[in-house]
Ligand binder design. Structure first.
Ligand code: ADP
Length: 327
């Protein structure tokens, strides 16, 4: 049992959902109850917080959810939360519900909101990295990444069957508006001939050269993995340029939201379960503005402030690796 001043905690999911969020919620609820805390689930992220949409949780509330994607608490995007006056209102709602500390499961945006709320009103907060993009500073891993990559890899394997049978080139678009992580991993794991990342100059000439070189040495298919990028339509642009400038026919397949759902992988369940436990324990040890992070195989807490930015040094050597192995 805890001697901490914290008696009641709230947990919410915010931003895009990711497989493994339910495992994190289960871990937080059961660790909290084990410590004698009252635990409230806050529905629909910061929007639900502002509506006072709270549910008191018990051990059974999180039964039979560990294997399910999505989040039983649901999630949302809440533009109003950028406004300090609205965050003040959120703080008063938490106070009225006697919630002493908050755990926020989400990505960069959700962390920014959590950090502002803590800075302005002092409420203890711990963030859990829940995003398929694996792009949060200070952590080697974010909950949902492994499942999303696996889903995309399975899809590309199927596409490769058709590409091979019909001797075709496919451009497969994976998620990642700003983050290259999914595209890099899927590219390496599917033996892609090329990987196109967000915010990089499009090198259609290079792609065409690689496809032609492959055909020359007897390859029957080419797969180009393309991160969706911030401006929609990148895959179609590549398709168009390959056709008009290099007379190469390519088919586009956009994987889309299938990458966000589905049963979490064992890795996602394991990391999420560990992080939920550490999050509650760290609040009870008096930590007030932390984020759970996976660093060299250990779950640790790091200052929330240091987790705010996006990971920018994302292993460009993976591109070289994919190209080296797909000659
Ligand atoms: P993710 O957390 O997955 O990155 P978003 O970027 O959409 O998703 O952010 C989720 C929510 O977090 C936003 O809808 C908003 O409510 C809140 N948020 C994002 N950025 C900020 C910010 N700078 N200040 C306050 N709240 C923010």
């Amino acid at each position: 049992m805890t001697k901490s001043k914290i008696k009641t905690i709230g947990v919410l999911c915010s931003g895009g959902d990711s497989p493994g969020m339910n495992c994190a919620i289960r871990s937080i609820v059961r660790t909290g109850i084990g410590e004698g805390l009252n635990v409230y689930g806050i529905m629909k992220g910061y929007s639900g917080l502002l509506e006072g949409n709270f549910i008191e949780m018990n051990a059974s509330s999180v039964g039979n959810i560990i294997q399910h994607g999505g989040t039983i608490l649901q999630t949302s995007r809440c533009p109003e939360f950028h406004d300090p006056e609205i965050r003040k209102e959120a703080f008063h709602i938490l106070k009225r519900k006697s919630i002493d500390a908050l755990i926020v499961i989400g990505g960069n945006g959700s962390y920014a909101g959590a950090y502002d709320l803590h800075q302005e009103h002092g409420i203890p907060i711990v963030g859990l990295p829940g995003t398929i993009d694996n792009d949060i500073n200070g952590t080697d891993y974010t909950i949902g990444f492994d499942t999303a990559v696996q889903t995309a890899v399975e899809a590309v394997d199927k596409i490769r069957d058709t590409a091979h049978s019909h001797a075709r080139t496919f451009i497969v678009e994976v998620m990642g508006r700003k983050s290259p992580a999914i595209a890099l991993h899927v590219g390496v794991c599917t033996g892609a001939e090329n990987i196109v990342l967000p915010s990089e100059d499009l090198q259609t000439n290079q792609i065409a050269t690689d496809i032609k070189r492959g055909i020359k040495r007897g390859k029957s298919s080419s797969i180009i993995i393309c991160a969706e990028g911030e401006v929609p339509g990148l895959s179609y642009r590549i398709q168009e340029e390959l056709k008009t400038e290099h007379q190469i026919d390519a088919h586009v397949c956009i994987l889309g939201h299938i990458q966000r759902g589905g049963n979490p992988s064992a890795i996602d369940r394991f990391v999420a379960s560990r992080m939920g436990y550490v999050a509650v324990k760290s609040l009870l040890r008096g930590k007030t503005d932390k984020a759970c992070a996976y660093v060299k195989g250990e779950v640790v807490t790091v200052p929330l402030k240091e987790s705010l930015g996006k990971k920018d040094k994302y292993l460009p050597q993976f591109i070289d690796l994919a190209r080296a192995l797909s000659i």
